[in-house]
Design a binder for this molecule. Structure first.
Ligand code: C2E
Ligand code: MG
Ligand code: MG
Ligand code: MG
Length: 290
């Protein structure tokens, strides 16, 4: 009877497991193929300078084209690429490509690149960054490297040393997704970040019943200022949220309200030059909505 039940179980679960396994194998194949044939894409999302009401730069966000023409988001394939030990290679490509693209933009615009913790394991990240800058002819101060606190959970001494080397090169070091984890605050005084990006869950909490979240955002902005770190607020989607940020005196804002990530080819010279005219300001967007 047990054997029969076992057989039933197998019959019941097998098709589903098979589908998941097939999807995983297909994803691995797509990743390997993209690495071999340079098939990844970078999309660029604007960062908006609040006080000057103008474009400050872009964050480079990777996408993996699937066979059916859709784009696989990074949160789906980056963990798999890390397991396959392909993230170093992919990460180096992202750095080269982002630096090359930024070198074609007006000189006041920056480019931000996300780094995976495993890119620090081999210990050669500063060399890879230096090579990408040199090859593109991009000034180091135009590159921002975004890390998350998960990087700092590990072997902090060697990580800190590598971050300091990068900072000494003139590259900006950014703490991404600030406040999303459990221990963000304990790293603020251990490393002189150039910028912190407040996780989008905060600004998006404004629209809910979390009446204190605005106070917390303002406090983080004030803390950043005291620590000489610039503060970007991520995930700004509505005119209300943008208006709040103006009052909160944050340095930069990023989110669908200011612009979605787009391929470099869609960042025409006129968009780059006239961004302030084409970007909805909080007040004009409110007027349109009204
Ligand atoms: P992140 O660095 O925090 O990037 C911001 C993410 O939020 C992006 O998702 C962006 O599309 C999304 N986003 C921006 N504005 C809004 C908004 O107003 N509302 C909402 N709901 N979302 C918004 P994306 O592109 O899917 O990237 C997800 C994460 O994947 C990134 O989070 C980053 O941690 C990682 N990632 C992206 N590109 C790379 C890369 O080249 N290398 C590595 N290692 N990680 C990457
Ligand atoms: Mg980021
Ligand atoms: Mg983020
Ligand atoms: Mg994030």
């Amino acid at each position: 009877a047990a054997k029969a039940a076992g057989r039933n179980c197998i019959r019941f679960f097998l098709p589903e497991m098979d589908t998941a396994l097939q999807a995983r194998i297909e994803l691995e194949r797509t990743i390997r193929e993209a690495v071999l044939n340079d098939r990844f894409e970078l999309h660029y999302q604007p960062l908006f300078e609040m006080s000057q009401r103008r474009l400050a730069g872009f964050e480079a966000l990777i996408r993996l084209p699937a066979a059916d023409g859709t784009l696989i988001p990074p949160l789906t394939f980056i963990p798999v690429a890390e397991e396959l030990r392909l993230i170093d290679q992919i990460g180096a490509w992202v750095l080269r490509e982002a630096c090359r693209t930024a070198a074609t933009w007006p000189e006041h615009l920056t480019v931000a690149v996300n780094l995976s913790p495993t890119q620090f394991v081999a210990g050669s990240i500063s060399g890879i960054v230096a090579a990408a800058l040199k090859e593109a002819g991009l000034a180091a101060h135009r590159l921002e490297l975004e890390i998350t606190e998960s990087l700092l959970l590990g072997n902090t001494e060697t990580i800190m040393a590598q971050l300091l080397t990068l900072k000494a090169m003139g590259v900006a070091i950014v703490m991404d997704d600030f406040g999303a984890g459990y221990s963000s605050f304990s790293y603020l005084w251990r490393f002189p970040f150039d910028k912190i990006k407040i996780d989008r869950s905060f600004i998006q909490g404004l629209d809910g019943s979390h009446c204190q979240v605005g106070t917390v955002v303002k406090a983080i902005i004030a803390l950043g200022r005291e620590l000489h770190m610039r503060v970007t607020v991520e995930g700004v989607e509505t005119a209300n949220q943008a208006a709040f940020l103006e009052s909160a005196d944050g340095d930069q804002a990023q989110g669908f309200f200011f612009g979605r990530p787009v391929p470099a080819s869609e960042l025409s010279a006129s968009i780059l030059a006239d961004f302030e005219k084409t970007t909805p300001t909080p007040s004009s967007a409110t007027a349109q909505a009204a």
